[in-house]
Design a protein around this ligand. Sequence first.
Ligand code: SF4
Length: 558
Amino acid sequence: MDNVREKIEFDVLFVGGGPANLAAAIHLIKLAKSKGLDLEVALIEKGSNIGAHVLSGAVLNPIALKELIPNYREAGCPIERDVRGDEFYFLTGTRHYRVPFVPEYMHNKGFHLISLSKFVSWLGRVAEDLGVNVFPGFAGKEVLYGQDESTIIGVRTGDKGIGKDNAPKANFEAGIDILAKVTVFGEGPRGSLLQAISKKLHIFEGKMPQVFETGTKEVIQLPETNYFLDSLGNDIHTFGYPLGLNTHGGGFIYEMKDNRVTLGLVVGLSYQDPLLDLYEEFIRFKRHPFISKLIKDGRVIEQGTRTIVTGGYYTMPKLAVDGGLFVGSSASMLNAPALKGIHTSMKSGMLAAQAIVEAFSKGDDFTQESLNYYHQLFEDSWLKKEIYMGRNFTQAVSKKGLVKFFHVGAQYLTGGRGLFDKMPIVEDSKTLSPLKDVNSRRAKRYEKQTYDGVLFVDKLTGVYLSKTQHREDQPSHLIVHDLSLCVNECFETYRCPCTRFCPGNVYELEIDDKIQEKRLRLNPSNCLHCKTCDIKDPYGNITWICPEGGDGPSYTVA
Ligand code: SF4
């Protein structure tokens, strides 16, 4: 098959069409032109369109956007609303209390409320207009190395038209080898290629493990009488109910255009209760009297789920290797205390672009040593200051009970150092407690949950509203390495938590009482590509790999 594989060569290849890589590609072309360099640049994205797979709150701090496209409003940047004011609430089971003090890093006034999907789609068009070759529907499947086995020389895209039996079908198309002098990886959280590179080149050696949160989000169409029209704050954050103080995370609700709101619940994957169901907690959040009043008589028009990399500074990989650079959330570029990663991702991409142009200007030197200029630029930038300030934040909020507030307060007063610096991080897959040690009432609460199919939709309707599609006749992109481990040890110890942390109902436990048999059934075509299963599975028994390019969710307004 390799003999017939097409090869294309570019100067620079970007893998992933999120804000980091798109900002990088735009900045690269502009900088290169200003230096008289004519570079051939390509960007591949696994989603069917640019923007189809991205999902976030999203509050945009425009600091990086202003640097990238100073006239962004005139240039057509899709902004839903400007933030008029922030409100922060503590929720109990039935009540809400406005928090009088909001830390400065959470002040969003003047920032923009956006649909990340629309925003990224716009950045894609800007990049294309500048001459970037943008290829949606192409999933990077394998990293290509030079003869020394350590220099990255490009990426092989996935084959299309392989049957469930792994045999090529009549419509088979071999993946392409896209070769480049520099390859920039901005795959988003838990990138498959990043993990493969990590195994080979040890880019995370000596670092703390990356940790994650999973956010489920909806866009809701409201009737004419809209709370936000006569309210001061259109940027609301909550904590407390439904997660309590032992599980970190919180809710948000933002105003959008056309009488819509976007709302979501983010849950730290360091949670311990194996019976916790991420989706059911999201519905409980919506059912809270304070929230349900805000969305009364609304209709869900889009839903989605995605993970966020929250570990920050101490979990960042090496930023450069021979022939390759790492940007955006896959490189832990998030300001965790501010709950923002779009502007930080964009800036990381722009710094990478600067380093690449420098490498081309100085005699085409793409060794790690040369590309490490990106790291130096990072160290001297506002980006480093932001990320370094939050270096212990996720560790602090992951603490149980009220003690987290002492840590967060101490960090606020000491510029992020806190009570002690370099607080340890535990990998998310290692935090679940065995069922026998947990006194959980969650299952009973979930039993009472009801859905009306309009404002409160069940998991499968949620999948439908994410417009997720996969070609059915292809090998599963979810590899469960040992199914017997699932129905024996994992069932006994944790009751198969994959059936609860997966928001797409991809994992179903079937129990046949007559013959005393249990079976784990997979529905990969429901997969929202959030990768929670790959992260949270306590046995490391699940591996998420890229399905055929173009498959997956198709977000348009989320
Ligand atoms: Fe997310 Fe995994 Fe479920 Fe897909 S199968 S939706 S990646 S948890």
